[in-house]
Design a protein around this ligand. Structure first.
Ligand code: ADP
Length: 448
């Protein structure tokens, strides 16, 4: 096992990793910017190192400072959390060169899955169903027209280096295709420094369903079921459920097995998520995230398996503590992402929390780094906490969620809690009847 783990992140995820380390008896090092001096992850870690000014590029993305913090403290492993350096292949390589373990997959796997064209080719080769589309990148209008005619309109043009829902253009017909291609290429070039794009069939009303996988790095691997993350605003997940209300047991087992086999085929190491659009009973791969996801706690709730503990075990060479047979699903879980934002306009609302009272009781988990009197800095993303609720079935889970939301008090700033109090009462949500566009339509109707 490791002597000391440095957590290269902040907020709720830094705390999440810290908790797993404590339970494994591993000392922790927190790193922080000058804006995060009073953050909970700094208070709870065994040691802390200030790595720079508030801007992420000078602190949480500053590889040299993070490496120096490892050397000063003697940390022999780094957990990157999500975001920041978690999917940076170069960072993983630099750590390897310095004999520091990156708690995550190999640099090669991060790089392959980070390029969406290469990821899709790899997925297809490993037997994962993909969205029909171009076999690789598409550069000229004639080729684009040929591919689009073959798969049928509408089509979506996506950036190979895309992320965060940016760099995508839909073309309804041949007349709009050339323009869409050129716009997508120039936007991709400007946003990612790589103008490569590819084409796929545009699915009209899909759900977003993703499968959690874990590989032991030695050719072994398991799946831990799926999460339904269809409730999104601007391609950002807002509310997630495990399992998906849209799948039955045999569909779950089938897609799970496909994903577990792919992980084994790759020799993948650590936690990963294979993301699909799901429409008409079919799964279509869109991307793989080579890290821990924000919404991992709902999988933990229904499986009872600590995913961060497993990540650390695998990275240390101890292997997974569970086999596929040990993974069973119990009940239903829902996560609400609580942001420091106005619940109608989504304008960020940093500032001091004057009063804080999180909910508790059976089946309620709150992952958050905030506390009463804490000031949310304006420099980072606005996620301030996650409410995760577990029940023996979906109805019990929804009733418990409603109760927990009623108990939750965060004063002094605006939060998205009121949005969730509305959603939990909504008939479509209660029926599990929603696709990836549902929330945008709901919000548009509310504004009208
Ligand atoms: P990113 O890496 O930018 O998040 P993804 O490939 O994961 O990009 O896609 C993000 C979102 O864009 C999906 O959740 C879905 O809402 C939409 N999307 C992507 N591909 C398609 C497609 N072929 N048809 C319809 N919607 C799509």
């Amino acid at each position: 096992m490791f002597n000391k783990v440095l957590i290269a992140n902040r907020g709720e995820i830094a705390l999440r990793v810290l908790r797993a380390c404590k339970e494994l008896g591993i000392p922790t090092v927190a790193v922080h910017s000058t804006a995060d001096e009073h953050a909970m992850h700094v208070r709870l870690a065994d040691e802390s190192v200030c790595i720079g000014p508030p801007a992420s590029k000078d602190s949480y993305l500053n590889m040299h400072e993070i490496l120096a913090a490892c050397e000063i403290t003697g940390a022999d492993a780094i957990h990157p959390g999500y975001g920041f350096l978690s999917e940076n292949a170069k960072f993983a390589e630099i750590l390897e060169a310095h004999d520091i373990t990156f708690i995550g997959p190999s640099a090669e796997h991060i790089r392959t899955m980070g390029d969406k064209i290469e990821a899709k080719v790899t997925a297809k080769r490993l037997g994962i169903p993909v969205v029909p589309g171009s076999d690789g990148g598409v550069s000229d209008p004639a080729e684009a027209k040929r591919v689009a005619a073959e798969i049928g309109y509408p089509v979506i043009i996506k950036a190979a280096a895309g992320g965060g829902g940016r760099g995508m253009k839909v073309a309804e017909n041949e007349a709009s295709l050339t323009h869409a291609l050129q716009t997508a290429q120039s936007e991709a070039g400007a946003a990612f420094g790589d103008s490569s794009v590819y084409i796929e069939k545009y699915l009209g009303k899909p759900r977003h369903i993703e499968v959690q996988v874990m590989g032991d790095g030695k050719g072994g691997g398991i799946h831990l079921g799926e999460r339904d993350c269809s409730l999104q605003r601007r391609h950002q997940k807002v509310w997630e459920e495990a399992n998906s209300p849209a799948l039955n047991t045999s569909q779950r087992e089938k897609i799970g097995e496909i994903c577990a086999n792919a992980i084994k085929g790759m020799g993948y190491s650590g936690a990963g998520t294979i993301e699909f659009l799901y429409e008409g009973g079919e799964f279509y791969f869109i991307e793989m995230n080579t890290r821990l996801q924000v919404e991992h706690p709902i999988t933990e709730a229904i499986t009872g398996i600590d995913l961060v503990n497993e990540q650390i075990r695998v990275a240390s060479g101890a292997g997974l503590s569970v086999t596929q047979q040990d993974v069973t699903f119990s009940g239903h879980a829902i996560e609400c992402r609580i942001n420091a934002e106005h619940p109608d306009t989504f304008v960020p609302s940093p500032g001091r929390i004057s009063y804080y009272h999180p909910p508790g009781g059976l089946g309620v988990r709150v992952d958050s780094g905030v506390y009463q009197g804490y000031s949310i800095p304006p420099y980072y993303d606005s996620l301030i906490g996650k409410l995760i609720v577990h029940g023996r079935n979906r109805i019990e889970c929804l009733m418990r969620l409603r109760r927990a939301l009623d108990e939750f008090v965060v004063d002094g700033i605006e939060t998205t809690l009121p949005l969730f109090r509305d959603l939990v009462q909504n008939k479509d949500i209660q029926d599990g009847n929603y696709d990836i566009h549902w929330l945008e339509h709901y919000l548009a109707d509310k504004r009208a």
